[in-house]
Design a protein around this ligand. Structure first.
Ligand code: ZN
Length: 334
């Protein structure tokens, strides 16, 4: 699914145009927030270059690439900790003759045969020392070598590198794209709905959500708290729940914000679709007693709570404050 979305992206279409015009650059810089999309794009890129049928997805070459064991494809820096020694090893390797010399069994015989591809992920986290080392490959590209950097943004990448690499943007995805992909892969609809709504368009986040079984329960409990916490005397009973534990509070506040945003949509009567799905009843229930001003205030207090967590205020204090402030907003702004 993700593969299909990438194949339909502008980045890929532009790259294919380069390919068919025989204008492949020796250096690329791809920008994309989503780590999973970056990883998948690397495979797509490699198979397009190396497969004699332009990335058929079925041949021996494609098979090796998708199993991460093709001798011509090298991956670096998934952990963001690439050091100078590794950069030196990359350079040394890249100047050796092509991989075909040692892979005689390969059936590959097209234009891409023998090309070597070096993918470096998290390029924005490479130290200047490592980047300066790598510069050699950008300035004097070895024959049949493509070096492709992948980064979240260009911030942190040296100008000397940027100016020598062809810049391209990976696509961003909608909640709908992600929802369809997850359902297509057999995830339960309810889970797919939440994960896609909360993913912010990131497959990486969406998968983290669907693979965590506690996630759904936590999400549901957030609705319960917002529906039922009506008096300040009830706050004490809530703040010691697992929902507000050190490990969970951040996500709880994220959920509060999402739910309250839909409450804001409800009370304002705006014609905007909810972020939450199939929760119209809950949203209507929570909306009782809110005005547009009070829900705006409540959201602001949730954001303040998130900021307080960053400044090392205890989870219990933050939970207490947020719940009180939400109640206060409700009564003050009626
Ligand atoms: Zn193929």
């Amino acid at each position: 699914m993700l593969g299909e979305l990438l194949q339909n992206s502008k980045a890929y279409k532009d790259f294919r145009k380069d390919m068919s015009a025989d204008k492949i650059s020796h250096a690329y810089l791809f920008l994309g927030e989503d780590a999973l999309a970056r990883r998948e794009y690397m495979r797509l890129f490699a198979s397009t270059v190396l497969c004699s049928r332009g990335g058929c997805g079925e041949c021996d070459t494609c098979d090796k690439i998708y199993n991460d064991c093709h001798l011509g494809v090298h991956y670096y820096n998934f952990d963001g900790k690439m050091n100078v020694r590794e950069a030196e090893a990359l350079i040394e390797e890249s100047y050796k003759s092509s991989w075909e010399a040692s892979d005689k069994h390969s059936e590959n015989s097209s234009g891409g045969a023998g090309k070597k591809i070096y993918f470096i992920d998290n390029a924005e986290r490479l130290t200047p020392a490592v980047q300066n080392k790598l510069l050699k490959v950008f300035e004097e590209p070895p024959k049949d070598v493509i070096i492709a950097l992948f980064a979240k943004s260009t911030y942190g990448i040296l100008q000397t590198i940027k100016s020598r690499a062809k810049l391209n943007y990976l696509p961003t995805f909608t909640a709908e794209d992600i929802h369809n992909a997850l359902v297509g892969e057999g995830y339960p609809r309810a889970q797919a709905e939440i994960a896609s709504a909360l993913s912010g368009g990131s497959f990486e986040k969406a998968y983290a959500f669907v693979q965590d079984e506690n996630y759904y329960n936590q999400y549901s409990e957030c609705f319960e708290v917002l529906k039922n916490c009506k008096k300040s005397t009830m706050v004490v009973e809530y703040i010691n729940k697992p929902l507000f534990s050190k490990d969970n509070i951040r996500r709880t506040l994220e959920f509060f914000e999402i739910i309250l945003r839909d409450v804001a949509v409800k009370v304002s009567g705006a014609k905007i679709p909810y972020i939450t799905r199939n929760r119209d009843y809950d949203i209507a229930k929570i909306s009782e007693g809110y005005t547009t001003a009070s829900v705006a205030m409540a959201i602001l207090e949730v954001n303040r709570g998130e900021a307080m967590l960053d400044s090392y205020i205890s989870n219990v204090s933050v939970a207490e404050r947020v719940l009180f402030k939400i109640l206060e907003a409700k009564y003050k702004w009626q």
